[in-house]
Design a protein around this ligand. Structure first.
Ligand code: SF4
Length: 333
């Protein structure tokens, strides 16, 4: 059983290890989503499960909108976490075209989190891939069977094996607060070792309306930090991304001290320059980290450059839509 004092000691140790291996920096990573449809739609914590049978397979975003969002990320120096969406939304050639377009405009390869892919699919996507993310959620078998009844772990293991054979980097996601205990950390440690995972997204459960978790509280921030710190101590060089939502921005300093490299899941466009966005940047300072990019100020020096790219791509309408969302929140100062 963990107590506060013990957790704080573990966080201190993790902070030391972080400082030994990384510069005092942090940043925000944004995931670009492509659909509101998922063929699985029964993971018990997921918003999409509340829409099962109500969303058409065609409820996907236009490429213009995704490209415009990507330009906003570049403008604001938000890193691209991964490209994601529901399972089985696109056919292979369609998604390949999307990846090609996004990667070409981003001028970098991308992480993707789109389910358990076959070796053939990985081969097709490889020219545009930085890596592939396995959305494991929890390694506790009993809990996994219950919360993700149609998303078994074995195909993800196979995908990670194929990715290793193809020289593609491997990442994974876990959600803290689904019912696991600290004893399950051993399972995570083994999994990271076995698949040579170099990046992990550690989220704390964000109870969604309409799911069985709706009235459950999010896990204690110290418990979320404990998982990050244990991962940092066991894997000093792994890239750890901590998921935060609007209600978790005051936990940022704690999660960074526990050894997270970056932050994600904050609705950065809708809440640009909001109190919560300001709090994140403040918390980064509290943790002794320089925040790269900005969640509060528009990068006016690069605005012309990215507007001109949007013009060339003929996506000005979408780019302006996102820009007006940023400026509506009194972002230009
Ligand atoms: S597979 Fe992913 S998108 Fe689909 S229901 Fe499960 S968690 Fe949600």
């Amino acid at each position: 059983m963990l107590n506060k004092r013990k957790i704080k000691e573990i966080i201190k140790e993790a902070e030391k290890i972080y400082k030994k291996h990384f510069k005092p920096l942090t940043w925000f990573e944004r995931a670009i989503f492509f659909s509101w449809y998922c063929s699985i739609a029964d993971c018990k914590f997921c918003y999409m499960s509340t829409k099962k049978g109500k969303v058409s397979k065609l409820a996907r975003r236009r490429i213009e909108s995704m490209l415009a969002e990507l330009l906003i990320c570049k403008l604001q120096q938000w890193q691209l976490g991964f490209i994601s969406g529901g399972h089985n939304v696109f056919r292979l050639f369609e998604f390949k075209k999307i990846l090609q377009a996004l990667s070409s405009i981003a001028q970098e390869r991308l992480w993707i989190n789109i389910g358990a892919l076959t070796k053939k699919e990985l081969e097709e996507f490889r020219p545009y891939l930085k890596g592939v993310v396995a959305s494991i959620e929890t390694l506790n078998k009993k809990i996994h069977r219950f919360v993700c009844p149609s998303k078994p772990i074995t195909p993800f293991k196979q995908m990670l094996k194929s990715a290793a054979e193809l020289g593609i980097k491997r990442a994974m996601t876990i959600i803290i607060g689904l019912g696991e205990t600290e004893d399950d950390f051993a399972l995570l440690k083994d999994f990271i070792h076995e698949h040579d995972i170099t990046k992990i997204h550690i989220y704390a459960l964000n109870p969604q309306k309409g799911t069985i978790f709706e009235n459950k509280p999010s896990p204690n921030p110290l418990y979320h930090a404990w998982w990050i710190a244990k991962t940092r101590i066991a894997f000093p060089k792994i890239d750890i991304q901590a998921g935060i939502w609007l209600d978790k921005v005051t936990n940022v300093a704690l999660l960074l001290k526990a050894g997270a490299n970056s932050l994600s899941k904050f609705p950065a466009i809708r809440y640009f320059n909001s109190q919560q966005a300001k709090e994140i940047e403040y918390q980064a300072k509290l943790a002794g980290r320089k925040f790269l990019g900005s969640l509060t100020r528009i990068n006016k020096n690069k605005l012309k450059e990215y507007a001109s790219i949007a013009e060339q791509l003929r996506i000005m309408k979408w780019f302006s839509k996102y820009m007006s969302r940023l400026t509506r929140s009194h972002a230009i100062q």
